[in-house]
Structures are given as C-alpha cells and as structure tokens.
Ligand binder design. Structure first.
Ligand code: SAH
Length: 214
C-alpha cells in the first residue's frame, strides 16, 4: 500500500483481528492501495475498516468483509472468477492478484469506466470490466471456477448457480435488501448438487435488475 503507511499498517492489523488469516489474501490486500478506489470527500478515510460512499449512491465494502469474502472464495491461480458488483473496483483488483482471470460487471456504466481507469493505472491486465446486469451472470464466459456477488439478493440467482463449474464456489450475501443479510458460501458438488454454508451476518446494497441510468 502507498499513501499513509501507518494507517495502512493499522488496517492490516484490523483485517487480522477480524479473522482474515490467509497469507495470500493478506498479501493481495497489502499490495492494493484502497485510497485509489475512494474519490473525493471520503478519500482521507480509505484506510479505516468501514464501508464508504462511492458514486451512483453505492458503497465500497468494508475491508474486513472484502478480506473474509475473498478468503471464503478460496481462489487459486488457475481460476476464472466472475464478480457481480464492480462498484469501485477494489474487490476485483484484489481478486486479480489471486486468480488467472477476473470478469467484473456492474449495472452502472460510469462505475465501470472509473474502475477500468484504476485497473489500467495499476497494470492489472487480467481484469475485464463490463456494464451488464449481473443477475443473469455472463453466459458468454461461463462456466466460472469462482463467483463473488457483492450485492444482496433474496436467494442465489439461478443463472449464477448454473454458470458455476462443478467443484466451483460462489460467495454471496442473501436476504431482504433492507435488513441484515447472511453471507453464504455455495459449493457446486455435481450437475444438480449444491452445498450451502452460512458464514456470518453482513449488510450490502441490493442486487437490482436492469442497467442503471449513469
Ligand atoms: N465490490 C465493490 C462494492 C460493490 S457495491 C467494491 O469493491 O467497491 C455493489 C455494487 O453492485 C454496486 O456498484 C451496484 O451498482 C452493483 N449492482 C447491483 N445490482 C447489480 C446487478 N444486477 N448487476 C450488476 N451490478 C449490480
């Protein structure tokens, strides 16, 4: 991380005490400077373990939640990953250091454009960022080894389950959009077989169908 080294070191400690212990995840989070993904007023708070507002009324997730979700996803260097909900691009940048290839989609064109600029600046060339309704997944690129959803649906969307490779893992928040949701890990065990583990309570913005205006 660059920016404020002391604040960045405190953030890493906060990640560890929240239960982020996977050395590859901690290393990736140390290498990606969160300050590059938070613009304007809130940039000075980029190293705090809190969610912060970004454009289009959306949020960049809390770093410890990013760490725990990434850890639960068990990404390997051979994996092709789909992220639904690019937002600032912070989560995708971390995934890009752990995976072979990352596809990330958001319903807001302007968020995708801003995230692409940061990926370019960081030379993260294995990320493809697209404007799309991620509730339908990305059929052209399926199947995926890993899927991470960073917006909450009431249930795991069927198209995303269908686009998960057998043996693949999906991590997503599920539950009523205005309440506390549950972080769920879904493992595809066969053509029709899925295992579900409830990990912890979380709070995410809702997964909304259709493209946004901006
Ligand atoms: N992962 C992000 C945080 C995402 S906030 C980060 O690291 O900053 C959730 C994002 O999901 C928002 O940007 C929102 O626009 C997006 N979103 C909500 N519904 C969506 C849908 N159906 N398809 C794609 N993106 C969606």
């Amino acid at each position: 991380m660059t920016g404020d080294p002391q604040a960045a070191a405190r953030l890493l400690l906060a990640l560890r005490s929240a239960g982020v212990t996977d050395p590859r995840v901690l290393d990736a989070m140390e290498r990606i400077d969160r300050a590059l993904f938070v613009r304007g007023l809130f940039a000075s708070r980029a190293y705090e373990d809190v969610p912060l507002p970004i454009a289009c009324g959306q949020t960049i997730s809390q770093p410890s939640v990013v760490g725990l979700m990434t850890q639960a996803l068990s990404v390997s260097p051979r994996d092709k990953v789909l992220e639904v909900g690019t937002g600032s691009g912070y989560q995708a940048a971390i995934l890009s250091l752990l995976a072979r290839r990352v596809y990330t989609v958001d319903r807001y064109r302007s968020l995708v454009a801003a995230a692409r600029e940061v990926f370019e600046a960081l030379n993260l060339h294995n990320i493809t960022a697209l404007t799309a309704d991620g509730s339908h997944g990305l059929p052209d690129q399926a199947p995926f080894d890993r899927i991470l959803v960073t917006a909450a649906a009431e249930d795991p969307p069927g198209p995303l389950l269908a686009q998960l490779r057998i043996g693949g893992i999906m991590v997503l928040p599920v539950g009523q959009s205005d309440a506390v949701q549950t972080l769920l890990r879904v493992t595809r065990t066969g053509e029709r077989g899925f295992e579900y583990d409830e990990l912890r309570p979380v709070r995410f913005v809702p997964l909304v169908e259709g493209l946004g205006q901006d």
